[in-house]
Design a protein around this ligand. Structure first.
Ligand code: AMP
Length: 364
């Protein structure tokens, strides 16, 4: 079903969300603000999005009966994570509009396909090569050089499914740590900083980007996002142009995050795209308090067929993730003037688990 062929949702309509994590939870909260209901579908019984929605389904992504009942209850379906199985998205699409279109998942679930897609748009990425055999690994190292990062083609996130190959390292041993899964080898980028653009595209092709955000990671997990990013106006413009171009190339509907590296090129700076997230993105959480519209509301507006808002930033903003046991150390955050606390209602504070975040907005 084409995204353009159905009419905008009316207040009181139901949006289905595949996935029940914090992104689904915050999407549902934004939908409620707009008078829309959500039905969350997740295989995990303890999904933190369940407690903020009208209806929920606990079932596997290949449970046709449950998917069918879910589709019947929803007016439009979206997702909060990119690893929704292709068959599941296709099955749902045969029943109700699914946005962004499932073809976007095919182009972003696999790092090799994603990189090829980005390059086909004439957008720069780090040098890369496929690795499916020992001989290809050798050829990839010859092409990409060292140091390099070996990444599994699918299912990697927050640094999982990655292995560094330094000057003296044995590439085969690195590949073994990834269980010889199909991989890509990427040249290690000596970046100056990491930035991202959160962009929204409506059903009629209108695009609105949030200001470029600068991201600091700890142990491969996003720790702090700051906006505005320390980039020149020209680079800011270029980052937005890249995000807009990708959104158009995907015929995207909804909010998308584009992660980029800022590199030095002589006296100037350039951008390399690292990854595209076909969903709301952690580096856009600052928009909940730091902008006139949040990334979550923008996504809901887009999939509902409503006009996008023009985001106006309220000031300089900083978002800090509360990871694992940090969530038990709230006292100082709660007492901090101007801090806005968001907790996701998750159970066990396991190491590396995103439990909440704090936003601070400073006058310009
Ligand atoms: P990814 O899962 O690809 O988003 O990678 C997670 C993080 O690892 C990135 O945000 C970077 O900090 C780092 N990283 C990934 N790929 C590279 C690369 N080719 N060169 C340098 N750092 C990288």
């Amino acid at each position: 079903m084409s995204a353009q062929r159905f009419s905008p949702l009316k207040a009181g309509a139901t949006i289905g969300i595949l996935g029940g994590g914090q992104l689904g939870r915050m999407l549902a909260q934004a939908a409620a603000k707009l008078g829309l209901h959500c039905h969350v579908y997740s295989p995990e019984q303890d999904s933190c999005a369940f407690e903020v929605v009208r209806r929920s389904t606990v079932a596997r992504y290949d449970d046709r009966k449950a998917l069918d009942a879910f589709a019947r209850d929803c007016d439009v379906i979206t997702y909060e994570f990119e690893n929704v199985p292709a068959e599941c998205a296709a099955f749902l699409k045969s029943r109700k509009p699914v946005l962004p279109d499932p073809s976007v998942l095919e182009n972003t679930q696999d790092r090799l396909i994603e990189k090829d897609f980005i390059v086909a748009q004439k957008i720069a990425v780090a040098p890369y090569a496929p690795v499916h055999s020992a001989s290809q690994l050798e050829a990839a190292i010859a092409k990409v050089g060292r140091p390099a990062v070996l990444k599994t083609r699918t299912l990697g996130y927050d640094g999982k499914g990655q292995a560094m190959i330094g000057k003296g390292d044995d590439p085969l041993a690195a590949w073994k740590t990834l269980k010889h899964a199909p991989c890509i080898l990427e040249g290690f980028v000596k970046y100056e900083r990491e930035v991202s653009v959160i962009t929204a595209r409506s059903r009629d092709g209108h695009v609105e980007c949030f200001d470029v955000t600068e991201n600091d990671h700890r142990d491969h997990i996003l720790k702090v996002s700051k906006v505005p990013a320390r980039v020149t106006p020209a680079l800011e413009k270029e980052a937005r142009r890249i995000a807009e171009r990708l959104a158009k190339a995907f015929d995207y509907v909804g909010v998308m995050g584009v992660e980029m590296f800022v590199i030095r090129r002589g006296k100037t700076r350039a951008l390399l795209v690292n990854e595209v997230a076909p969903r709301v993105h952690n580096s856009g959480h600052w928009t909940l308090d730091g902008a006139s519209v949040s990334q979550f509301e923008q996504h809901i507006r887009a999939v509902a067929g409503w006009p996008l808002a023009k985001p106006v930033r309220r000031g300089r903003a900083e978002m800090t993730n509360l990871i694992g046991a940090e969530v038990h150390d709230l006292e100082s955050w709660l007492a901090l003037p101007g801090a806005s606390i968001h907790l996701y209602g998750k159970g066990e504070a396991r190491p590396g688990r995103k439990m909440g975040h704090v936003t601070r907005v400073f006058s310009k």
